[in-house]
Design a protein around this ligand. Structure first.
Ligand code: ADP
Ligand code: MG
Length: 306
């Protein structure tokens, strides 16, 4: 299935993705020419206000929806040039999903182990193999001791761990998470965050987390901000903080507060070299008009309030 002519580093590449929804005769442009590259083995977050297009993007990466225009390559393969059959394979084998309300999708009358085994029936293998794999996955997500518990006997965080184990049942290359900590408290969010980091490091799986939980977003390697259906700014975690977070994963997290210290902020230029500034930056620079002065000085472009 895989094509040869792509960089092995890049697992996902979005080019000018456009998604228009028709709703009661009104067109909603959920994605407006989104460009994004994701490296194999990245652990990254996508943040943005409600309605900015985060879930739309995730659904497309998961092959659940088709773009209105634009290209989406996964492993160098044009996702939307695939046949319906290849698409089903893609959803089954390449991606795993974790939702905010994953817990609600657990079968209430099945134990944690049985829940994790369920999707495995679609992929062959013996009942014994399924059981062993389910136990391995439950151990990996840290709730092996709850293997015989029913969802109602588990906390929200534990239910989410079962959901993550289910998402891993088909050994996906990419884990897509939509607001995975949206329904849990900060402490649980921190624990789920260290679990994502562990899975990313141990399995080498690419993890994309859509969230408005800044506590979570600020602790991953790269945070891209989506606004009006486009990537606007990007923050990269500084190396020294990466090490700190790894330590904190063992001892418990602390909040960095302002991400200004821990991250380097970048603005993403689109093909017409358009640049977007985050509201945070605008505020810090005291810019409140829609016109700014720009000048190139010593290899830098300086933007100042008019
Ligand atoms: P987010 O996840 O960032 O909150 P979404 O991707 O869900 O945003 O939605 C982006 C925009 O597209 C919103 O304006 C939303 O109302 C609209 N939208 C999303 N899904 C549909 C749909 N199935 N039909 C019509 N409009 C939709
Ligand atoms: Mg959403």
């Amino acid at each position: 299935m895989k094509e040869q002519n792509h960089s092995d580093d890049t697992i996902i590449s979005c080019e000018g993705l456009v998604k228009i929804y028709q709703s009661e005769g009104i067109e909603v442009m959920a994605l407006q020419g989104l460009d994004l590259e994701i490296k194999r083995g990245e652990l990254m977050a996508v943040i943005g206000k409600s309605g900015s297009g985060k879930s739309t993007l995730l659904n497309m990466l998961g092959g659940l929806e088709h773009p209105t225009a634009g290209k989406l390559y996964v492993n160098g393969q044009d996702l939307f040039a695939m046949s319906e059959k290849e698409m089903v394979e893609y959803r089954k084998k390449t991606v795993g999903f974790v939702w905010q309300k994953s817990a609600r999708n657990l079968f209430p009358y099945m134990t944690a182990r049985e829940n994790v085994e369920t999707p495995m029936y679609f992929y062959g293998g013996s009942a014994k193999e399924h059981r062993e794999k389910a136990l391995r996955l439950l151990e990996m997500v840290g709730i092996l001791d709850k293997k015989d518990s029913y969802p109602a006997q588990l906390s929200g965080g534990e239910q989410q761990r079962v959901a993550i184990a289910i998402a891993l049942a088909n050994d996906p290359e990419i884990l897509l998470c939509d607001e995975p900590t949206g329904a849990v408290d900060t402490k649980t969010s921190d624990k789920i965050q260290s679990l994502f980091r562990k899975l990313n490091e141990e399995l080498g799986i690419t993890i994309i987390i859509v969230t408005h939980d800044m506590n979570l977003a600020n602790k991953v390697g790269r945070v891209v901000m989506i606004s009006d259906g486009k990537i606007s700014t990007e923050k990269i975690l500084k190396e020294e903080y990466s090490a700190k977070i790894r330590e904190m994963g063992k001892e418990g997290f602390q909040d960095f507060g302002d991400s200004e210290l821990s991250h380097e902020e970048y603005s993403v230029l689109d093909r017409a070299h358009r640049l977007q500034l985050s509201e945070e930056m605008m505020e810090k620079a005291g810019i409140d008009s829609n016109k700014v002065k720009i000048e190139a000085v010593d290899g830098k472009i300086i933007i100042t309030r008019e």
